[in-house]
Design a protein around this ligand. Structure first.
Ligand code: OAD
Length: 258
């Protein structure tokens, strides 16, 4: 990455009318939350997340899957937004039109005061009836749950309760996906931060934006499936590079003042 790349990214984001951001687990890594494909240490190391985050795994062993999400909740609860989350909220303040489309199930973007957030894969802090007995999704407040038995039971139908997250093999919330695709089709700039780009349909959003004529900026220490589409590739942690971009945007603001 060169300083010209950083300056180009700042100018693109400063001048853009419609900014789409796609984030993945990497944006929360500097908040102490392991990325999805990081080796999970300790008790859960022997379990492959790809085999636990499925409806079949839950039906086979509801207690194991519920306990795994409770473990991930304990990891996420104390986590604080990092400088990358905060910088994204500042970019939102600058952009006339903005959507933060996230694959993450933590709520660190909300806690960093981002507002226009689209959760493609749900939120780990929320629970719903496994059968969605009152409609999709049948959300259930944690206070209404009897957590003595795990997993708890739905107060409406008595069936199991599960985290309100998208599991492998499940479809994404259609309204969230439609909102994300619609916005990516009309954005000027798409900023892709901290995602490996291996999970569809989120991974195809950058090509949607690119085909619509947007400039694509990628922030990730590694090369990813998005990298060939990137007009600007910043090979650095997002918690370090995003504040630098915001600082350059603020300089542009100052020099543009009469
Ligand atoms: P991954 O774990 O696949 O990828 C995380 C990406 O973040 C990798 O490309 C890392 O190089 C990068 N990364 C690590 N530290 C970073 C940092 N400090 N700053 C910026 N980038 C960093 O996680 P996701 O791409 O989010 O879906 O995974 C996408 C989806 O796969 C998840 O939402 C989940 C999983 O299946 C569901 O649960 C439905």
């Amino acid at each position: 990455m060169t300083s010209e790349d950083l300056q180009t990214a700042a100018e693109l984001l400063y001048q853009a009318q419609r900014v789409a951001v796609l984030t993945g687990a990497g944006v929360s890594e500097e908040s102490g939350i392991p990325t999805f494909r990081d080796a999970v240490d300790g008790l859960w190391a022997k379990y492959d997340p790809m085999h636990l985050a499925t409806p079949q795994a839950f039906q086979r062993d509801p207690k194991l899957v519920w306990d795994w999400y409770e473990y991930r909740r304990t990891l996420m609860r104390p986590a604080q937004p990092n400088n990358g989350h905060i910088a994204l909220a500042q970019i939102e303040q600058h952009a006339p039109e903005f959507r933060l489309i996230t694959q993450n199930i933590d709520e660190l973007h909300e806690r960093a005061r981002s507002r226009k957030i689209v959760h493609l894969h749900g939120k780990i802090a929320e629970n719903k009836c496994f059968a969605n007995c009152q409609g999709t999704p049948t959300l259930i407040d944690r206070e209404a749950l009897d957590l003595l038995g795990t997993p708890p039971h739905c107060p409406h139908c008595g069936g199991y309760v599960r985290p309100n997250v998208v599991w492998f093999g499940e479809t994404l919330p259609q309204d969230a996906l439609a909102q994300a695709v619609d916005f990516c089709q009309t954005c000027d700039v798409m900023l892709v931060v901290g995602t490996s780009g291996v999970v569809q349909p989120a991974a195809s959003l950058s090509t949607v934006a690119k085909r619509a004529g947007a400039k694509v900026i990628e922030i990730n220490p590694d090369i990813t499936a998005f990298s060939p589409w990137a007009d600007v590739k910043l090979l650095h942690p997002s918690g370090i590079i995003l504040p630098k971009i915001v600082s350059l945007m603020q300089q542009l603001e100052r020099t543009s003042q009469p």
